[in-house]
Design a protein around this ligand. Structure first.
Ligand code: ADP
Ligand code: MG
Length: 393
């Protein structure tokens, strides 16, 4: 689960990591009151959306007067924001953070994530902050430094020094101390909140010599949310794909992809393999949908409804291996969904496993129009062919 910048910064401030003074507003009318509490001008007006790269897309604006601030807020709240990390249609902006404009002397990158290769939470630091860290990682990987956290010792003070001493010229002793404290606090924040990602880009040294987080990205491990009810309450479902929200409510594993083949599969492994064969057949999946090993008829119905709601889908593949989920349950779920909405695209079904005969019979006896595939390879070829046909027709 991703947090907004303003939410993460509230947690930073509570943890003792310095952030600029700021106020969140949701309408232009709240601007004047907000500005009274924030030192400035200059101020910075920042769109609160989950996508990054806002600076490049015009989602972060430095303003020098109340009028300019009002204009920027109005523009952000009434236009969709396109950044290098959004689709071409961009995203709607519902909230704007107004901040004091900070006098930046130096910008760094500081982050934490779990490094799977060493199986440890790992701090990442780069003197080349401010710009896109992905670019730095590609073009000058020697400027990215890492320190893993040992489960035995926790974060050690020398690790902060290892990272800070990469800076040239070295900051003042007071600033070095402040950077080291910030690093230690970042580790604590990461651990205490079960984060999967914490990112400060840029972490700055101000002209006044203070260390401050100007941006904040925080993602919480979904599997740990049950023990962070306060964080779970911060979830902003407006930022998510509506179909993903629907799937989440129905307990389905659904991920939107870029192709036009709707796929419904049971079990993550089979779903991955199905994506592979679809690609091998020269087509692209529109989604990953794992209805789970023991899906109920209602879950199947919901899953099928989600695929049908996706207008990009030009053909559907149902690939089920009946283990705990019986094939007859699957068939009834599909029919229940088909009753609610007509199926405007070709449907290909491949069923195997428990109660397969019964499942096939239920489908055959219905007035549902579908093609049967004898195995996965044929299923993929059929669905790729049918999708191509419906694109052309
Ligand atoms: P994004 O990473 O989405 O582009 P940031 O919050 O990092 O958004 O803002 C982009 C840039 O704007 C930062 O790299 C920083 O240079 C500048 N910036 C952001 N917040 C402030 C602030 N409060 N004062 C001064 N400059 C800021
Ligand atoms: Mg940033």
């Amino acid at each position: 689960m991703k947090l907004h910048e303003y939410q993460a910064k509230e947690l930073f401030a509570k943890a003792g990591i310095a952030v600029p003074k700021g106020r969140l507003i949701t309408s232009a009318g709240e601007l004047n009151t907000a500005l009274q509490d924030i030192p400035g001008p200059p101020w910075v007006v920042k769109a609160q959306v989950h996508a990054g790269g806002r600076g490049k897309g015009g989602g972060v604006k430095l303003v020098h007067s109340r009028e300019e601030a009002a204009e920027a807020v109005e523009h952000l709240l009434t236009n969709r924001l396109v950044t290098p990390q959004t689709t071409a249609e961009g995203v709607a902006v519902h909230q704007v953070l107004i901040e004091e404009g900070v006098d930046i002397d130096k910008e760094f990158y500081l982050g934490m994530t779990v490094d799977r290769a060493v199986a440890r939470p790992t701090m990442i630091f780069s003197p080349s902050g401010g710009m896109e860290i992905e670019e730095v990682a590609q073009q000058s990987p020697e400027l990215i430094f890492k320190e893993p956290v040992s489960p035995a010792t926790g974060w050690m003070p020398y690790q902060s020094r290892n990272l800070i001493y990469r800076l040239s010229p070295l900051p003042s002793p007071e600033t070095i101390k402040e950077l080291a404290t910030t690093m230690k606090k970042l580790v604590d924040l990461f651990m205490q909140n079960d984060c999967s990602l914490l990112e400060i880009n840029p972490l700055v040294i101000t002209k006044q010599g203070a260390v401050m987080a100007l941006d904040a990205k925080m993602s919480i491990d979904d599997n740990a949310l049950y023990r962070h009810k306060d964080l779970a309450a911060l979830d902003d479902s407006r930022e998510k794909d509506p179909l993903e929200v629907m799937a989440e409510k129905a307990n389905l594993n659904y991920i939107r992809l870029n192709g036009n083949i709707g796929a419904m599969v049971n079990g993550a492994g089979l779903a991955m393999a199905t994506m592979d064969v679809i690609k091998l057949a020269g087509a692209e999946p529109a989604n990953f949908l794992d209805v789970g090993g023991g899906a109920s008829e209602e879950m199947i119905t919901k899953g099928f409804e989600i695929i049908l709601k996706d207008e990009r889908v030009k053909a559907i593949l149902i690939n089920i291996f009946g283990g705990i989920l019986r094939c007859d349950v699957l068939a009834r779920g599909v029919l229940a969904a088909a009753k609610k909405t007509e199926i405007p695209v070709p449907l290909i079904v491949r069923l195997e496993g428990t109660n397969v005969e019964e499942g096939r019979k239920i489908l055959e006896d219905s007035d549902l129009d579908f093609l049967v595939a004898k195995d996965m390879a044929e299923a993929a070829q059929l669905v790729a062919r049918e999708a191509k046909r419906s694109v052309l027709s």
